[in-house]
Design a protein around this ligand. Structure first.
Ligand code: ZN
Length: 170
């Protein structure tokens, strides 16, 4: 397994739309393993391929405290949703920024597993929020897009300053 480079907002490559896998093969499984390692390394609970500059529809998630219950979602899709729930989100691609986002409370979703098997399931709570956040990534959307333009502009300036600072000290 290998650590992959994570893209950070406002990198435009985070805006690319990912394409589906036609077949679930060894390349797909290797990428899934590398993404999982990258996600654990960054202390994240979810990661979409778009965040590591690969425009394929693959998401990894692990909500367990022990980090030993990985979930792999290949070609995930939300089939239906109901209710609304507000929670505070963060993102590996938007470091050290957290804000409230309103999402569907309960979702029915489909995906393929690492063997390529098609599965339909439903969930709520943190997993539902996480799946919505990650599928947004695959469509080139970030959680900060739900913020007001003014708030997002302030955040962009702040992060760009931080980047310069980091460049100076390295
Ligand atoms: Zn994210």
């Amino acid at each position: 397994m290998a650590l992959l480079e994570v893209l950070y907002f406002p990198d435009n490559r985070l805006r690319k739309k990912a394409v589906p896998f036609e077949t679930v093969d060894e390349n797909c499984r290797t990428l899934a393993g590398d993404m999982l390692e990258t996600m654990y390394d960054g202390q994240g609970i979810g990661l979409a391929a778009t965040q590591v500059n690969i425009q394929k529809r693959l998401v990894v998630i692990d909500l367990s405290p022990e980090k030993n219950e990985p979930i792999y979602l290949i070609n995930p899709e939300i089939l239906s949703s109901e209710g609304t729930e507000e929670s505070r989100e963060g993102c590996l691609s938007v470091p050290e920024y957290y804000d409230f986002v309103t999402r569907a409370e309960r979702i029915t979703y489909s995906y393929q597993d690492l063997e390529g098997e098609y599965i339909e399931s439903e969930t709520d709570g943190l997993l539902a929020i996480c799946i919505q956040h990650e599928i947004d990534h695959l469509n080139g959307k970030l959680f900060i897009d739900y913020l007001s333009p003014m708030k997002r502009q302030r955040l962009r300036k702040k992060l760009e300053k931080q980047e310069r600072f980091q460049t100076n000290i390295l």
